[in-house]
Every structure is written in C-alpha cells, then in structure tokens.
Design a protein around this ligand. Structure first.
Ligand SMILES: [Zn+2]
Length: 66
C-alpha cells in the first residue's frame, strides 16, 4: 500500500463541472454533490488519478473500508 492509499479520503464536493462516477458510471450533474478523492495535505503526484464517486458509491466504498 502506498502512502497515497493511506491518506486517501473522500470529500463531499459540489460539482462545478459535470462528472461521471468512477464506481458505477452514473452521471454527476453540475451543481450536485459528489464525493471526490482527496490526499489531504499531500500534493497529488503526476499520474495519480483522483476518482469521483456518487453518494451511493461513496457509502459502498466506506463500508468496504477502502
Ligand atoms: Zn456511483
């Protein structure tokens, strides 16, 4: 597990642009709330993809402890 995996958290964010959920592919409309991966205080390294999840997927992910 990398240090980035350890600090990865999901942050509730308001969509400024439309996104699609990386868990289920559902469309996240502009202005709606979704969960975005955050690395806390760490700077994002090049090549690391921060994923976006809808509210349903964020619950599933938190339940799995990942
Ligand atoms: Zn989803």
């Amino acid at each position: 597990m990398s240090k980035y995996e350890q600090v990865r958290t999901l942050k509730l964010t308001k969509a400024r642009l439309p996104h699609s959920c990386d868990g289920c592919g559902r469309k996240i409309e502009k202005g709606s709330q979704y969960y975005r991966e955050s690395l806390g205080l760490l700077a994002k390294p090049p090549g690391l993809q921060l994923r976006c999840y809808c509210q349903d997927c964020s619950k599933r992910i938190n339940a799995n402890g990942t």
